[in-house]
Design a binder for this molecule. Structure first.
Ligand SMILES: *Cc1c(COP(=O)(O)O)cnc(C)c1O
Length: 395
């Protein structure tokens, strides 16, 4: 449609698709094909040169994937989007695109475990260095930028400590230096936060999480402000590294997106009830949630997020042993990594998602043995609260 007169939620359902162009099918058809047949040799020549639009080969473009990409562009208020076979394929593609040997990447103090693993590979094999810094004031950002800084890579809220990073503040300083800013927006989803609107150049998602929302797909999304740049990435790093999404997974994401706003409202509502319960519980030592009024960064969270989202982290008295005991006592809540699903999930970052990070850095990131991360699902909140209560009663 490309029609911005509609509100966001309407675009999640309609953008990028015209029924009349697809045999009047209401649902977006699944083009489960690897390649596209040309009528003539000359048509093949024109398709390859870009003179004539149309399919060539699904690693370079697929009609189902295209609908997903157009929908995501509208959701993140960007100009171009690319879909990938995993969130990490989106992360690696943009970092490879923006850097060369000898460059430096400036990151927020906490980042996703595998992003940390990727930075380690880039440093050891290609001499692309990085720093993890608390980028909370303009001065700190200024001081952390080096002459060879090629990009600033932000997560907010930070996984799993839920620290909030001020996107506007960082992009303001980055602009002065002409440094592109990439935001991993997985924890907020495009419904709760739009980093491009706050000055970022690229936003990416592990679409495995809230965008899909049903725990049955691994996928990634990258959105940019500059259409031409996004097409360059499509024709180079994405095409040649090859981390593309399958048409079927794109089709499942299109289905998931239709309910993103409804799901996020419920995730946020359920999480705020769980937060209130845990915050006042005597066994809970510390609790981290973006919309906690006692959080130092509360005003920043309020400024850039529409709601608090579904993720809560907390530390339990007694450290790792007690944290693991609590997990084992849960009956409804599943012990699993990942987040953003209908099911409430709990995980132990110290031994699970962030175990790849060396202990010293892990502790600096605030990931202690007693820390638990809860992804509050869509069940009736009474049942989630009851499960937590019965497990805490056994501590
Ligand atoms: C899960 C996750 C990723 C990686 O995404 P995959 O889809 O698992 O490859 C990156 N960033 C964050 C914040 C995540 O939660």
């Amino acid at each position: 449609m490309g029609n911005s007169k509609y509100s966001k939620e309407t675009l999640y359902i309609h953008e990028g698709y015209k029924t009349g162009e697809h045999q009047d099918s209401l649902s977006v058809p699944l083009y489960q094909t690897s390649t596209f047949a040309f009528d003539t040799a000359e048509q093949g020549e024109r398709r390859f040169s870009g003179e004539e639009p149309g399919g060539v080969y699904s690693r370079i473009g697929n009609p189902t994937v295209r609908v997903l990409e157009e929908r995501i562009v509208a959701m993140e208020l960007g100009e171009g989007a690319l879909a990938f076979g995993s969130g990490m394929a989106a992360v690696s593609t943009i970092l490879v695109h923006l850097t060369k040997s000898g460059d430096h990447i400036l990151c927020t103090r906490g980042i996703y475990g595998c992003t940390f693993g990727l930075l380690k590979i880039m440093k050891e094999k290609y001499n692309i260095t990085h720093d993890l810094k608390a980028l909370v004031s303009e001065e700190e950002v200024e001081n952390a930028i080096q002459p060879n800084t090629a990009c600033i890579y932000i997560e907010t809220p930070i996984n799993p400590t839920m620290e909030i990073v001020d996107i506007e503040l960082i992009t303001k300083v980055a602009k002065k230096h002409g440094i592109p800013v990439v935001v991993d927006n997985t924890f907020s989803s495009p419904y709760l936060q739009n980093p491009l609107e706050l000055g970022a150049d690229f936003v990416l998602h592990s679409a495995t999480k809230y965008i899909n929302g049903h725990g049955d797909v691994i996928a990634g999304i990258l959105v940019g402000k500059d259409k031409e740049k996004m097409e360059t990435i499509r024709g180079t790093v994405q095409k040649d590294f090859g981390g593309i999404i399958s048409p079927f997974d794109a089709w499942l994401l299109i289905r998931g997106l239709k309910t993103l706003h409804v799901r996020m409202d419920r995730h946020s509502k359920n999480a705020s009830e769980v937060f209130d319960f845990l915050k006042s519980h005597p066994f809970v030592e510390n609790i981290y949630y973006p919309f906690d009024v006692d959080n130092q960064q509360y005003h920043v969270a309020k400024k850039q997020m529409k709601a608090g989202g579904g993720l809560i982290s907390f530390t339990i008295k007694g450290g790792m042993k007690q944290a693991q005991k609590l997990m084992n006592e849960l009956k409804l809540i599943k012990i699993a990594v990942s987040l953003g699903d209908a099911e409430t999930l709990i995980q132990h970052p110290y031994t699970m998602t962030h175990s790849i990070v060396p202990e010293k850095e892990r502790l600096e990131m605030g990931i202690t043995g007693g820390l638990l991360r809860l992804s509050v699902g869509l069940e009736n909140s009474r049942d989630i609260l009851e499960d937590l209560k019965q497990a805490l009663d056994k501590m």
